[in-house]
Design a protein around this ligand. Structure first.
Ligand SMILES: [Zn+2]
Length: 347
């Protein structure tokens, strides 16, 4: 596709040359034909853009995209108005591949029109993401008069103003075991690299053993983050099932909190960003308003009975004791205060 000088072939003539000359003359490149023609076209157009940028001195020389890459991407698109890319809870119809069974249910929108999508591969697993058009109108669920305040934290993941407590899943034996396994694999990988260095070998040329180890590390990372996300979705499904009028959460200053060396790992593990975005998504499905309390709303420091502010409340004070006689679990009270919060923005 690239010729010296300022000449270069357009995407259209390249695809003609590819189909009529290059593939017939190079039988080992036949796999290109096995891929959806739309996907081939997309990668050709991508390459054309990259070369154009190169010639216009906008970008560097395009990188050659290998077939076997860290994350291979295949693109598909709904071509005309009549045909539909069918999608059900457990399967999706991908052009040229046909129906593909999904391993995890309920992520892809079965009730919307799919315009295009991408199949990608990471750590030996395939993922499909889709872009949808107009949403089919949904009946608004009947909601309760009461709202719900939800306090997010490290000791417990979430405590609601109605007293539901969802523990920190990272503290379970299963998760600790996975974390341990990950650490072990990471150590063995770095040992392999160190030995390579000692032998004076190039670090970029990965041996089969290293490749396998990398894959094991990636898979463990994925298993851990998938389990965390699964749990968050479970917690949110229970919160949403109570059909509150609104759900108020704190505006967590996550990047600020992450600066705390002692807390950053625990906070990262709680995945608050994911919690918030999945909450917003789920609540939108049911017409539940999501309220984000102002950043300086003292949800933990207010007494929920007399309204007094306890400025010197420490993170270690798990029970809130007030002069008015109120003695209450700190997180539950924060949830109650969030439910009552009047200064908020809606998400
Ligand atoms: Zn009080």
């Amino acid at each position: 596709m690239y010729a010296s000088g300022k000449k270069f072939i357009t995407a259209y003539s390249f695809s003609k040359w590819l189909n009529n000359e290059y593939i017939p003359q190079n039988p080992d490149k036949k796999w290109i034909k096995g891929v959806s023609s739309k996907a081939v076209k997309k990668s050709i157009v991508n390459a054309e853009m990259a070369y154009k940028r190169f010639f216009d001195k906008l970008g560097g020389f395009p990188k050659f995209k290998k077939k076997r890459n860290q994350d291979i991407k295949m693109y598909f698109v709904k071509t005309d108005a009549k045909t539909l890319i069918k999608c059900a809870r457990h399967k999706i119809q991908i052009p040229t591949l046909g129906f593909v069974r999904l391993k995890e249910y309920g992520y892809l929108p079965a009730d919307k029109i799919i315009k295009s999508g991408t199949v990608s591969e990471k750590a030996g697993r395939f993922y499909v993401t889709v872009l949808t058009g107009e949403e089919a109108p949904k009946e608004k669920a009947l909601l309760n008069e009461r709202g719900l305040g939800v306090d997010l934290g490290i000791k417990e993941l979430a405590v609601s103003s109605s007293g539901q407590v969802f523990g920190n899943k990272n503290k379970t034996d299963k998760m600790k075991k996975l974390e341990k396994k990950l650490k072990r694999e990471q150590r063995s990988l770095s040992r392999k690299y160190k030995n390579k260095k000692k032998r004076g070998e190039k670090l970029l040329a990965k041996s089969a053993n290293i490749e396998k180890n990398v894959l094991r590390v990636q898979k463990l990372h994925q298993a851990i983050s998938r389990k965390r996300q699964e749990y968050i979705r479970y917690v949110i499904s229970i919160l949403v099932k109570t059909k509150p009028k609104y759900i108020t959460i704190e505006d967590l200053n996550i990047s600020g909190m992450m600066k705390n060396r002692h807390l950053s790992k625990a906070i990262a593990g709680q995945n608050f960003y994911y919690f918030r975005s999945w909450l917003i998504y789920k609540c939108a499905c049911f017409g539940i308003e999501v309220r984000i309390a102002g950043r300086y709303y003292p949800s933990s420091k207010l007494c929920s009975v007399c309204g007094q502010l306890k400025r010197d409340l420490k993170l270690s004070d798990r029970t809130y004791n007030c002069g008015c006689g109120n003695s209450i679990d700190r997180d539950l009270q924060a949830g109650i205060n969030l439910e009552r919060c009047k200064k908020y923005k809606t998400a």
